[in-house]
Write a protein of this length. Structure first.
Length: 94
């Protein structure tokens, strides 16, 4: 089971707004579906291949196109902590 923090849900909302305004509805639908699929399918199946987060041993990261998904393993599944653009400094947002 995958759980999203409030911050991660806000990240998805912001990514969606930006994608819609810059590239339109079709891109919005495709990209948000890709991010959700990565969080809810790929990460649970392949989490052992995720990279660790320097300075944050409790977190792992997974790249999805231009975004990095930060997550942790929790009892009963996974918690998506943040979804940040690859140009954002994790130290400022985690």
């Amino acid at each position: 089971m995958v759980h999203y923090t409030e911050e991660a849900e806000n990240d998805l909302f912001g990514i969606g707004l930006y994608t819609w305004s810059e590239w339109g509805e079709e891109s919005f639908v495709r990209y948000l579906a890709l991010l959700r699929e990565t969080c809810e399918d790929t990460i649970p199946r392949k989490h052992r291949f995720a990279r660790s987060v320097p300075q944050r041993p409790d977190l792992l990261r997974w790249r999805c196109e231009r975004h990095v998904i930060y997550f942790r393993k929790v009892k009963g599944g996974f918690e998506i902590v943040r979804i940040l653009h690859d140009r954002m400094l994790p130290s400022m947002h985690l």
